[in-house]
Design a protein around this ligand. Sequence first.
Ligand code: SF4
Length: 315
Amino acid sequence: MLKVAISACLLGEPIRYDKTGQRDRFLTNKLGKYASFIPFCPEHLAFGTPRETIRIVLENERKKVITVFSKADVTEAMHEAMAQELRKIQNEPICGIILKSKSPSCGLGSTKYYTGAMSEGKKDGLFALTCKKAFVGFPIEEEARLLDPWLRENFIMQLFAYHDAMHLEKHAQNMNELVAFHTAYKFLLQSKHEGNYRLLGKIVANHEKKSLNEVLQEYLSLFKKTIAHKSTIAKTVNVLQHMVGFFKKELTSVEKQALHLQIEEFRDEIVPLIAVMSTIEFLAKKYDIHYLLKQKFLNPYPKDLALRSSIQEGK
Ligand code: SF4
């Protein structure tokens, strides 16, 4: 099971300044079947609930945390609470962080900063900044952006791939396991970044005869960067055509035509990606194409998350 750190209010905990929660049903009801959540709330820890609202005020380039009505400077208490919450999530083998948008603590690029009473535009909340510094290259997202089907699909795919990478790092016994991992991720990596996919192949080939540990560290560092790339519809179409190339000799002309038509309809945003994937999977099973059936690109996460069912998903 994945472990994911999350703003506690997104689980519905009544922990916001006014003692309400903001439960996100996709996260609790769907992702929650496959993830155990590590909740955090630096504001509750620092000030209790209910509490006065706070805002970030810029003063001589310093970020101060000020209560909105009583104008108290609570920066220090906030930093202590954030350090404690950070230690909590660092002690867990998490593979991602989900933050609540617009909050002075948790917003990811959606938090208002102020100079006096004037808004200074939107940036990262203080705890989001702390997490980004502590977890470089990690899957981190805020819930509001996950309403976009394409961003949600990319993020959830990244979470599951990151989890697989952590498992490999911990348990790999020999190079064969790394080769099998790279083979299974071939098409998914290509859909993210073709150049990096080739570099990863060179690392796995290990012509310099490095130790397993050295190769793993080098490979997983680039793997994690690669899966963080957002795919595009053009790259996805390219990968789908590569997959068809694998078994086009086995296909009847009717099957070939139907598959090409579906890929075109996916490119034109008429059918969702799941339709093309299901056809490829069906035909790969029919013709016993193991290489394709083992590809993570076909099943990067449990199907009932239904992330490839929207036609906006592949933009
Ligand atoms: S947004 Fe962050 S700080 Fe605010 S209630 Fe939710 S978890 Fe707590």
